[in-house]
Design a protein around this ligand. Structure first.
Ligand code: CDP
Length: 244
């Protein structure tokens, strides 16, 4: 954040971004429901150059037993980045960043999942980032929601996620890695479109109150687009492709 690479043109005179997108244009998003036969539910997402696989297991017994809750089920989330997923090899040991992202994704999913229906059990969500290019927490959260639905876990809604941000004093949708590194702000948003509730909102960078509101607006609209693709992924798996 804060213009680390001063030579990079993040927005040209025609309003085109460094990867050729317009300011309100998301990257190419492809979501597939299912794919892992040993998981209860799974999903794979390509969000621009991010490639992420999610496996869901449960509801299942909690070990050790004292970790369980007699009143409700618990959600456990592990976000893990492969050492080869980034340009400079990532140390395979769990990083503080992975621990933080696991926590924010868990907290963003909790309002959507009806855990009270499964007291004493756990639902485990394993997220494997195969390739990262900025915005992995949003892509992972989006795929995790599809994987939970694929596992048949009762949910109030799915959480769709995308980041808004600011480059060259302009609000943009779907921040890529270069924009995250050299831009002015990055605001990941997770949103339940049917319930109209935000479950994740983080901000790295500085925004004016007007820009803040605009980022939330742009981000929520972006989440609505992502939501359509989540539903299509589930529809394609359970009702077949092209059967609209
Ligand atoms: O991925 P997300 O934007 O949710 O989280 P971030 O901490 O803002 O990371 C932004 C990007 O930095 C990641 O998506 C990766 O592309 C990159 N990164 C990296 O190159 N090496 C790391 N060890 C961690 C992140």
């Amino acid at each position: 954040m804060g213009g680390r690479d001063a030579t990079m043109v993040l927005l040209d005179e025609n309003g085109i971004r460094c990867d050729g997108r317009k300011v309100d244009e998301p990257r190419r998003i492809m979501i597939r429901a299912g794919g892992l036969k040993n998981a209860d539910g799974s999903a794979y997402i390509e969000f621009g150059d991010n490639k992420i696989l999610v496996g869901v297991f449960g509801p299942r017994d909690v070990h050790p037993k004292h970790m369980s809750d007699t009143d409700t089920g618990i959600l456990r989330v592990r976000y893990h980045m492969e050492p080869f997923s980034v340009g400079e090899r990532k140390n395979p040991a769990p990083s503080r960043r992975e621990i933080e992202i696991s926590k924010v994704i868990k907290e963003a999913l909790e309002p959507a999942v009806m855990l009270d229906k499964f007291p004493r059990t756990a639902v485990d969500v394993f997220i494997e980032v195969l390739q990262a290019d900025g915005g992995t927490r949003c892509a992972a959260l989006t795929a995790a929601s599809v994987a939970l639905a694929d596992a048949g876990i009762p949910m109030r809604d799915m959480v769709a996620a995308i980041a808004a941000g600011k480059v060259a004093d302009t609000v943009i949708l779907d921040v890529n890695n270069e924009e995250d590194q050299a831009g002015q702000a990055d605001m990941p948003i997770g949103y339940m479109p049917s319930l109209k509730k935000i479950t994740l909102l983080q901000l790295d960078g500085v925004l004016t109150p007007e820009e803040y509101k605009k980022c939330v607006d742009v981000g929520v609209k972006g989440c609505e687009l992502v939501y359509e693709l989540q539903k299509k992924a589930l529809h394609d798996k359970y009702f077949g492709k092209g059967d609209e």
